[in-house]
Design a protein around this ligand. Structure first.
Ligand SMILES: Nc1ncnc2c1ncn2[C@@H]1O[C@H](COP(=O)(O)OP(=O)(O)OP(=O)(O)O)[C@@H](O)[C@H]1O
Ligand SMILES: [Mg+2]
Length: 265
């Protein structure tokens, strides 16, 4: 009994038999789903468009609630999940009328903390995130990668242990994306956060994750789970290892994607 409890506490997130459908939409998006994520893990969720990835994040944040079943965060069952996780949504939601600095301090303002009390630390973080000199610029002056870093820093400043990143790099070109992937892993290792990361990109999932959850059914009843057999730090060339190529082929098959089509994209 005691042992069970200590195992449970390691999970920062758990879905227990979760069903969900939108009120205005007759079919279930999630049905009887069970999974858990451990403290400090990097887990990617990959699946076709419309399969329910963003819906999973909306459930985790509490923007939606399960039709039945429960979601446990940091060891507690709670309906009030808003605020216990940091959510970086799929669209770039930077406020164009606010400067970079004013955008990243939003989570502090929401908590009623005066950002001026932490201005020095925040400027240090902006520097560390490659945004030095842009603190007082507006988002329209930033490159795509910089906007993503502002958005990520804002998510970190929620102070949440669990970060949900919904396709953060999908709009970036291949070179910027690779630089951002390396940057993200570096930040994740230093910050000791738990990350759930939605992507369409098989290589991105293999490069970043400890585990990958593949969505193969609709509604989502389970994930096909892959434990990535690579140590850290990782390099892009690690993806050329025969074992990883075999896993990649298996993932593409699960996603019903043709390997040649994928490689040519
Ligand atoms: N607010 C909503 N109201 C009703 N139905 C919705 C709503 N949001 C999403 N859906 C439906 O739920 C299903 C899952 O949508 P969701 O946005 O979670 O998919 P996704 O996997 O994130 O897709 P993408 O890869 O395109 O972002 C889809 O069939 C979609 O039409
Ligand atoms: Mg989505």
């Amino acid at each position: 009994m005691r042992e069970e409890k200590s195992i449970e506490i390691q999970h920062v997130l758990a879905f227990n038999c979760v069903d969900f459908k939108y009120a205005n939409n007759g079919s279930y998006v999630v049905k009887g789903l069970n999974f858990s994520v451990n403290d400090g893990e990097f887990v990617s969720i990959i699946g076709p468009s419309g399969s329910g990835k963003t819906t999973l994040f909306r459930l985790i944040t509490g923007l939606e609630n399960p039709s039945s079943g429960t979601i446990q965060i940091n060891g507690h069952y709670t309906e009030k999940r808003l605020g216990s996780v940091g959510y970086m949504p799929q669209q770039d939601l930077l406020m164009p009328w606010r400067t970079v600095y004013e955008n990243v301090v939003v989570p502090l303002e929401i908590k009623g903390i005066n950002p001026r009390s932490q201005k020095e630390e925040i400027y240090d973080m902006l520097n560390e995130f490659g945004l030095k000199g842009f603190e007082q610029e507006y988002p329209n002056k930033l490159s795509g990668g910089m906007k993503q870093r502002v958005s990520f820093l804002r998510t970190i400043l929620t102070g949440a242990k669990v970060l949900l990143l919904d396709e953060p790099f999908s709009a970036l070109d291949a070179i910027t994306r690779l630089a951002m992937q390396e940057w993200l892993v570096d930040k994740w290792e230093n910050l000791k956060k738990t990350i759930l990361f939605i992507t369409h990109d098989v290589d991105e999932a293999l490069l970043l994750s400890d585990r990958i959850f593949i969505i193969t059914d609709k509604p989502i009843t389970h994930f096909k789970e892959i434990i990535v057999p690579l140590g850290r730090p990782r390099k892009i060339r690690d993806l050329a290892q025969p074992e990883i190529i075999t896993i990649k082929e298996l993932m593409l098959k699960e996603l019903r994607m043709d390997v040649d089509t994928y490689e040519n994209n």
